[in-house]
Design a protein around this ligand. Structure first.
Ligand code: ISE
Length: 336
């Protein structure tokens, strides 16, 4: 059976997911592209050969010719639209974050558990990135010894105009909150957050530096700089008692010109994590086809944990104190 997918949101991520569905997801078809702007929906639909366009997300989710939903609309719509998909009994891949606040994440968790079957995957695609996968495998097979620290840099060229200063913590850093928790297979117990002296915390894209402690005794530091200017640059190093492993970005060419030899940075996350998005979406399609969630993919509980960490990070930055990260007991529904 071909899975008919609706993409909700035709912005930068919705368009990218539409391209993957249309061009690299055998077994799926791009049924509908839905966006508040019919023009934006039409442009993506025409580029990707979608069967139709729409402007009402809930009506789109409930359509009889839609089997599964990919939500890539603005962050604040993620939880309400995921709830609508759950109510319609439709499997959903919700872009991160699941919700900017933990209360809305809990609403999704309660609704999904009430159905008695897994329906939600959250778009923390870095779990599928080959370099993070290798990092996790090396830890798992004992090559590094016990993990003690993980260093993370997350740099964007520039912050989007609608980005608030705190979105470095609530929108960007959830990637590291999730992937470090996934690689280390642990939870956080505290977070501290800092900004360079004289930096205006409210300025779009102001750098934030965070230090987290894990239940496993590790230290995780995360630098988010959304105005790095030089390129999209995500780095990570996992440090163990016997060694360490660095992430390597996929580099497809080295350029020699004018007495220089250089490699290019990606302009944003899409080229850097193209393989991760492709593998994530294939895993999601298999989830839709079989009803069995991917053991790697993030579920609603993982989305909740990332948002709880972000909320604690915002509090830590605003109060200037080390802040406890809530660790609610994971329901058996979400045990792996
Ligand atoms: C964006 O929403 C993403 O998900 C990107 O992966 C991340 O690098 C960027 O900082 C976020 O704003």
């Amino acid at each position: 059976m071909t899975v008919r997918i609706a993409v909700i949101g035709a912005g930068i991520m919705g368009a990218d997911h539409a391209r993957i569905i249309a061009g690299d997801l055998p077994g799926a078809v791009l049924q509908v592209v839905c966006d508040a702007s019919p023009e934006r929906a039409r442009l993506v639909a025409e580029e990707c050969g979608a069967k139709g366009i729409a402007t009402d997300p809930v009506a789109t989710i409930t359509r009889s010719d839609v089997d599964a939903v990919l939500i890539a609309s603005p962050d604040e719509t993620h939880a309400p639209l995921t709830l609508a998909a759950i109510e319609a009994g439709k499997p959903v891949l919700c872009e991160k974050p699941l919700a900017p606040n933990s209360a809305d994440c809990l609403r999704v968790i309660e609704a999904e558990m009430k159905t008695g079957r897994p329906l939600v995957q959250v778009g923390f695609m870095r779990r599928f990135d080959p370099s993070y996968a290798e990092m996790k495998a090396l830890l798992g097979d004992g090559a590094l010894g016990r993990a003690v620290m993980m260093h993370n840099f997350h740099r964007n060229v520039s912050a989007p105009a609608n980005f608030t200063g705190l979105m470095a913590i609530t929108n960007s850093a959830p990637h590291e909150f999730d992937v470090a928790r996934f690689v280390l297979d642990t939870d956080y117990v505290s977070i501290s957050a800092f900004q360079p002296a004289g930096v205006d915390a409210s300025r779009t894209g102001a750098p934030v530096f965070m230090v987290l402690e894990t239940a496993g005794g590790q230290l995780v530091n995360i630098e988010v700089n959304n105005n790095a200017a030089y390129g999209y640059d995500v780095r990570g190093e996992l440090v163990g008692e016997k060694g360490s492993v660095f992430l390597n970005a996929p580099v497809h060419s080295r350029i020699n010109v004018e007495l220089k030899s250089l490699e290019r940075y990606a302009p944003d996350w899409r080229p850097r994590f193209a393989e991760a998005y492709r593998l994530q979406n294939k895993a999601w399609l298999k989830f839709v086809e079989t009803g069995a969630p991917s053991p790697i993919a993030a579920n609603a509980w993982d989305g909740y944990c990332a948002t709880l960490t972000a909320e604690a990070g915002v509090k830590a930055l605003s109060q200037g104190v080390k802040t406890v990260v809530e660790r609610p007991v994971r329901p058996s529904f979400y045990q792996r």
